[in-house]
Design a protein. Sequence first.
Length: 342
Amino acid sequence: MVIVKRTGFTLVELLVVITIIGILVALLLPAVQAAREAAREAQCRDHLKQLALSCHNFENANHGLPMLYSSSTQLGWITQILPYFEQGNLAAEYNLNQPWFDLSNAPAVSQRIAVLECPSSPVAHVFTATDTGFSGESANPLTTYTVAVTDYFAIAGASSTTTVKAPSTIPAGYFYVYPNAPSSTDLSGAFGAQSTTPKSRPLADIHDGLSNTVMISEMAGRPNLYLADATPVAAADFPSYVSAGSVDAPLNIPLNYGWGGWPHNDNFTVGTWSPDGTMQGGVGAVNCSNYRGVYSFHSAGAFGAFADGSVRLLNREMPPAVFFALVTARGGEIPPTQSSAY
């Protein structure tokens, strides 16, 4: 009797093994993706922490926080704190006597800075665009510029607008949420109000409390436009609140004179949105639109660096009343306890 030894698997056995491996991969993949996102979130929090501490060190050295200029042709807050997060060489290369889009600053502004980027953001973080709006604003203005992008911005305060912007039926500003607030209410943020001639605000002048005031948050994905649920939008489909005059249609980006570039003045007053981000004015405040709104690619919300140096998640379901209380530094609101606010 001849005994034949098996030297391999049968086809059925191979199919069973492949099926089991496929099931295991399907089970493990979400866990791997979740772990990767958790690591990216931790890195994003660390970046915001570094920026907040840099602002604190700037305040300690200059008796006030970085100043928020209202024009995109003026000095950006990030440029002011470059030496405070180990970018002294880049600061020395920067020509402070000229706007960021001057030829003399071209080598500096095109350099990516890791601490200014959220690792969850899918964009390239550097872009080239053509804009003739800089004519006469510098000694040697660049009509075509290359600039590196940041995913973070300084909060200048709450929007005061009471104008309804169709198709929304709700104003996007503070006074819709707080209708009984005096018109004289100070809606400025931690840094103070944006201005062509701003004053540097010391931390002691943040009357609402350092732990109750957000200084810096995410506005990720620029220069591209994103709406809720990480939805990219092409120029032809931009919502009505994006000015047609500020759109570079071939690139599908809103320009706003270097929108998203780290040397840009990069500070905005913030308001509310429809939950899908298609309208200004609504019940949404976080992760609705990255067009001058708090926005990230983290599913639960966006991170904010508070004036006390802490970094916390601003929940995407955060009510506008809580949001406005946190972005104003001297509004006098009493935000709910931390457990219900974030």
